[in-house]
Write a protein that binds this ligand. Structure first.
Ligand code: SAH
Length: 457
């Protein structure tokens, strides 16, 4: 028989917070029954009011704190309470790093059964603000106004905002300038209910090393009205702008980009560098959003790969070849595989751009291409994987085990699937040597990790 629910709607109870969810909400238990309560931090106590109860869990809101965590700070952003972009501005920088390490450690223990593995302190930023090199802001017609800002938590309403303190200051200004031009000229915002209007998103990106800026207007219509005025005013105010691009998305969809992209002014791409490798970045290319921490992350991956110049390396889930090219200079051969064909085209262009001759790229699923490489006689000394949130396919794990590399470097953006996959690799004869969490997204609950495994059999 199901346990009775110990509280009902509108009850007022005192709780002790024990945990944080993936979205940064507080978690407390009453007689084993879980309540999700936004705003609470582990160790804190509060009087709360129950809002809703379901079979296994319920929701409540904080009425009054009775004990405050030492990690609590005032969130500096004026839009923080409403905006869905950040989750944990109310936790100190040191507190955020400690929580992220705990998340990794707990996942390894609970899901991976990996007890007693040393997990290093999270590598954080000296200044965990203004780090994003890309901002993409929806434009909408909202309550009779031109609204420009990020979506509210779990909603498609926009929090109108005039700055974002996790975004690079130049592009933060550039998108606001573009917004003002659009408002002054009367360019109509997109109306998603009726699929009408013109302007859907304004995006800007900056090469942190080069300072080059790209601006992208996503429109529903084939033309961007007042195109010349946008170009003139933006480029006169910001000489850093090297590229202005329009993307046309006619469909009623949550996807930001449509299929057609045209350059309105300047180049099709901007350039940036990671380490000593130069990358060309087009409007739709994937590129890591925190350049400072990307260097940390790839630096760790390189350290863990322990390359002497003699190794054959496979980089699975290689995207535009960022890790592959970063490693190529120190390896004999690098083979990269990635499912998106355009990303592989970018990877090849970037290889030429950097005059790298020992990197080879193939488009396809890692779980299909790597077994094929194995049949062709490719014997990797090191395999690097950097999969999306769902982790590696079980079949790929089996291929990795069968290929017997000396080392595996696992870069992960999801501790749960990381733990699941490490457990399989351990069963397949590998040992977890080092686990390094890296804070790629300060103020959010996301945590990235690099793991070194060595083969023991
Ligand atoms: N290593 C890159 C990108 C990592 S993101 C970087 O650091 O920039 C994960 C990548 O895996 C994405 O580019 C995604 O398109 C790709 N991907 C997803 N499923 C895949 C699969 N089954 N096989 C190969 N690549 C895949």
């Amino acid at each position: 028989m199901a346990e009775p629910i110990p509280v009902t709607r509108n009850d007022q109870v005192e709780v002790t917070f024990t945990d944080l969810t993936q979205g940064g909400s507080g978690v407390a238990k009453i007689e084993g029954y879980t309540l999700f309560i936004p705003g609470g931090l582990p160790g804190e106590k509060a009087k709360v009011q129950v809002l809703k109860t379901k079979k296994g869990y319920g929701y409540a809101r904080i009425l009054e704190f009775t004990q405050i965590s030492k990690d609590r700070v005032d969130a500096p952003c004026p839009f923080y309470d409403e905006c869905g972009g950040c989750h944990i501005q109310h936790i100190s920088a040191a507190g955020q790093l400690a929580y992220k390490r705990d998340i990794v450690k707990n996942a390894l223990e609970r899901i991976g059964g990996l007890i007693g593995i040393p997990v290093s302190e999270t590598l954080g930023m000296d200044d965990p603000w203004r780090y994003r090199n890309k901002i993409q802001v929806p434009v909408a017609w909202q309550n009779g106004h031109f609204a420009f800002g990020f979506y509210k938590k779990r909603s498609h309403d926009i929090v109108d905002m005039d700055h974002c303190i996790i975004t690079d200051p130049v592009i933060d200004e550039v998108v606001q300038k573009a917004r003002r031009i659009a408002e002054e000229k009367g360019v109509t915002p997109y109306d998603e209910v009726h699929n009408r209007g013109v302007l859907r998103h304004i995006m800007a990106r900056i090469g942190s090393k080069t300072g080059e800026v790209m601006v992208v207007f996503v429109t529903r219509t084939a033309d961007l009205p007042f195109r010349k005025a946008f170009i003139k005013e933006l480029t006169e105010t910001y000489p850093q702008i090297k590229s202005i691009v329009q993307n046309v998305n006619t469909k009623r969809t949550n996807a930001i980009f449509g299929d057609e992209t045209k350059t309105l002014w300047g180049r099709d791409v901007i350039y940036d560098q990671i380490g000593d490798v130069t990358f060309s970045i087009s409007a739709r290319s994937f590129f890591q959003v925190n350049p400072v921490q990307t260097e940390m992350l790839y630096g760790k991956a390189l350290e863990y790969a322990q390359l002497t110049g003699e190794e054959t390396v496979i980089d699975a889930y290689c995207g535009i070849g960022t890790i592959s090219l970063f490693l190529a200079r120190k390896a004999k051969q690098v083979y990269g595989v990635e499912i998106v064909p355009e990303a592989i085209e970018d990877a090849r262009k970037n290889t030429e751009l950097n005059k790298i001759t020992n990197a080879h790229f193939e488009a396809g699923k890692a779980e299909d291409v790597i077994p094929k490489w194995r049949d062709e006689g490719i014997k990797p000394d090191v395999i690097v994987v950097d999969p999306p949130r769902k982790g590696c396919e079980a079949s790929l794990i089996n291929t990795m085990i069968a290929m017997k590399p000396k080392r595996i470097v696992y870069v992960s953006c999801n501790p749960s699937t990381l733990a699941r996959d490490l457990k399989l690799l351990v069963a397949g004869g590998f040992e977890v040597k080092k686990v390094q969490p890296v804070d790629m997204f300060p103020q959010t609950m996301h945590v990235e990790c690099v793991v070194l495994m060595s083969r023991i059999v």
